[in-house]
Design a protein around this ligand. Structure first.
Ligand SMILES: [Zn+2]
Length: 199
C-alpha cells in the first residue's frame, strides 16, 4: 500500500510495546510531516542511546561508564542490596527516597516454562555480591507476579544456604494509597492483612 521505505518505518514502529499497526502508521506519517531537523534528532537519539548506554559491571543497571551513578556514589550503603528485575524498576524505588542502599538488576525473572533459568539472569553475581563482607540485607523487590514471586523464593533459598548471615526481606504488598477497601481485590487485601503491622 505504501512505498517500501514507509512500509519499513511502519514495520519498525509497530514493534514497540503497545503500538499496533494503526498507531504505527500515524507515527510514521507524523515523522514524514516533521522537519528534517526534528526527524533526524529522533534518529540520532536512538543511535546515541544504543551506542553510549551499557550495563553497570557491578549491578547491571544502565550505565554510561563502567559502573552506574548509584554504584559510584559513596554515600550509598553498600551493605544493603535491593534486587529488581529490570533497570526500569530502579527508577520508581529511587523516587520514593526511602532506599539508600545499592541495587542488583537481575535482567528478568525466573520462568522455567519460558526457558528462563537462573543462568539466564544475573543470579550468580547476586549470590557472589551478597556473600561479600559486610552485606547485611538483601531486599527482594521483584514484581508481585507468579514469576516475580518464584524468583524471590529462589533467592531466599539460595541465600539461606550460601550467605546465612544476610537477612532477606521482601517488599510488603498492600493497599494502594487513597483507595477504598471495597475496591481492593481479594489477593491484595489478603496480603495486606497477612503483612499487617503494629500501630
Ligand atoms: Zn551499578
Amino acid at each position: 500500500m505504501f512505498a517500501p521505505p514507509i512500509n519499513r518505518l511502519i514495520t519498525e514502529l509497530a514493534r514497540f510495546p503497545g503500538i499496533g499497526q494503526r498507531t504505527a502508521q500515524r507515527l510514521a506519517f507524523h515523522i514524514l510531516r516533521a522537519s528534517d531537523e526534528e526527524a533526524f534528532a529522533l534518529a540520532d537519539a536512538i543511535r546515541e542511546v544504543k551506542e553510549k548506554v551499557g550495563q553497570c559491571e557491578v549491578c547491571f543497571n544502565l550505565a554510561t561508564e563502567a559502573t552506574c551513578r548509584i554504584c559510584q556514589d559513596d554515600r550509598r550503603d553498600a551493605h544493603v542490596l535491593c534486587v529488581v528485575e529490570e533497570p526500569s524498576d530502579v527508577i520508581p524505588i529511587e523516587r520514593t527516597n526511602e532506599f539508600s542502599g545499592r541495587y542488583h538488576v537481575l535482567g528478568g525473572a525466573l520462568s522455567p516454562i519460558d526457558g528462563v533459568d537462573p543462568e539466564d539472569l544475573h543470579m550468580a553475581e547476586l549470590l557472589d555480591r551478597a556473600g561479600q563482607n559486610g552485606v547485611r540485607e538483601v531486599v527482594v523487590a521483584t514484581n508481585a507476579t507468579t514469576t516475580g514471586e518464584a524468583t524471590a523464593l529462589y533467592i531466599a533459598d539460595e541465600l539461606r544456604r550460601s550467605a546465612p548471615q544476610v537477612s532477606v526481606t521482601r517488599l510488603a504488598s498492600g493497599l494502594p494509597v487513597g483507595s477504598d477497601l471495597e475496591y481492593a481485590d481479594e489477593i491484595t487485601l489478603g496480603r495486606a492483612l497477612r503483612s499487617r503491622r503494629e500501630l
